[in-house]
Design a protein around this ligand. Structure first.
Ligand code: NAD
Length: 408
């Protein structure tokens, strides 16, 4: 079994799907590791480091392996270079990548989407959404601290006291909790709000104050948030406005799976903030939690500088690559049968009865396996033919086999 590490081709992507320190985890199973030249360039990892770790650098790697791993989806051109039956692992946002999904289907590729890995306990070590959200959350707090032209912590000096910064975090999932923890470690006073019922306790466990609003909590399936009604959204904005007006830094990380990010903060709410305040909108690229935020830009709204996040984990490619690579090694290992004897070859053998394998699979054997994506691309499934009339009941006396002995 051979696995190739692709060099990322999407603009601004600095991460790499495998790091040298994890190569041995795969070679120990009997997997040969090939790396496209300069695959680690953006993450400051040289080809030599991969070679020292036991990998081979090969410009033609993609066309010559059983499995290809990348962070972002492969380009259509790279898909054309794969052998039929090759498996790919990457982030693959199926709603935005329908043309590529059709290419993967037509090329007979078995593609797995890291976004679709079910969020069950057994799959936690493969949960790349969480590992990357951790990086994003940390980065958001650091960006806010860097942009704010004042201290985060309290300083009591002979010259007088400097009060700590007031930070408000909206959305307390994986990224939000990490932003809270980071801002707390820097000494800020942190308040946070999330629509989920369990969130208040999680916020307090990070040492922050939970903002309690007189609103019902919103929980959908799997412990995720649900979309808000317009009325609730308006009421939430009204109740949050005074907290935001009082904040030196506002960090927003709210998301609802499969939807555009909810708008939580209007331009008018930002205009109420004091001179010098900062806003960090992690959701800028998926619609924005803050009205007027622009991905990858800092814009001025009223007195505030508003920073829009775009592919934030790529701003810290070292740790985000390492965490993602760990997720990748764990999911590939789940589908690999180890070599029987030392030095022998491993086999790539995904078990489609396993809910992690079935859940994460997008295309396989010329078909789209992920039903909502299949329907979006190919249309509704043809109606099943009507059930044939039930067979006559074999237990009725006239259907009983003729018992000759009884007749004798
Ligand atoms: N393997 C697992 O079991 C697993 C893995 C990761 C996360 N989780 C859990 O799933 C939940 C969410 O995780 P996530 O970070 O991936 O979520 P996410 O990125 O989908 O959303 C981020 C946060 O935004 C919040 N949000 C949505 N709408 C909001 C609104 N209008 N106002 C304020 N906040 C809003 C959500 O409740 C969520 O906490 C958490 O409870 C987390 O612990 C479980």
């Amino acid at each position: 079994m051979k696995i190739a590490v692709a060099r990322e081709t999407r603009e601004g992507e600095t991460r790499v799907a495998l790091v040298p320190e994890l190569v041995e985890k795969l070679t120990a199973l009997g997997v040969e590791v090939l790396v496209e030249p300069e695959a680690g360039y953006g993450a400051q990892i040289s080809d030599d480091e991969f070679v020292e770790a036991g990998a081979e650098v090969d410009a033609g790697a993609l066309g010559n392996v059983d499995v290809v791993v990348s962070v972002r989806p492969l380009s259509a051109d790279a898909v054309r270079r794969l052998r039929r039956g090759t498996a790919t692992f990457s982030f693959l946002p199926v709603n935005q990548e329908q043309a590529l999904v059709a290419d993967l289907r037509d090329a007979g590729i078995t593609s797995f989407s890291m976004e679709l890995v079910p969020r069950i306990s057994r799959a936690q070590s493969m949960d790349a959404l969480s590992s990357q959200a951790l990086v994003s959350g940390y980065r958001c707090a650091i960006v806010a601290a860097g942009m704010l032209r004042r201290f985060f912590p309290l300083n009591m000096t002979a010259a007088g006291t400097v009060h700590p910064a007031e930070v408000v975090v909206l959305g307390a999932g994986v990224a939000g909790l990490q932003a809270i923890a980071t801002a707390k470690r820097l000494g800020a006073v942190v308040r946070a709000y999330d629509v989920r019922a369990a969130a208040a306790e999680e916020i307090r466990s990070m040492g922050a104050k939970a903002i309690e609003l007189d609103l019902e909590t919103l929980e959908g399936s799997g412990g995720y948030a649900r979309e808000m009604t317009e009325d609730r959204a308006a009421r939430q904005m009204e109740l949050l406005a005074p907290y935001i007006a009082d904040a030196d830094a506002l960090i927003t990380t709210a998301a609802v799976p499969g939807r555009q990010a909810p708008l939580l903060v209007t331009r008018a709410m930002v205009e109420q903030m004091r001179p010098g305040s900062v806003v960090v909108d992690l959701a800028a690229e998926s619609g924005g939690n803050v009205e007027g935020s622009v991905p990858s830009e800092v814009v001025r709204i009223g007195n505030a500088q508003v920073w829009g996040g775009e592919n934030v984990p790529a701003q810290m490619p070292g740790p985000s690559s390492k965490l993602y690579a760990q997720n990748i090694v764990n999911i590939v290992t789940l589908m690999t049968v180890k070599a029987e004897e030392e030095g022998g070859p491993a086999t790539f053998a995904p078990d489609f009865d396993d809910e992690i394998v079935a859940g994460a699979c997008v295309t396989h054997d010329g078909a789209i396996r992920h039903e909502p994506t299949r329907e979006a691309i190919e249309g509704p499934a043809p109606e099943a033919p009507p059930e044939p009339d039930p067979a006559p009941d074999a237990t009725t006396p006239e259907d009983q086999p003729y018992d000759q002995e009884a007749d004798q």
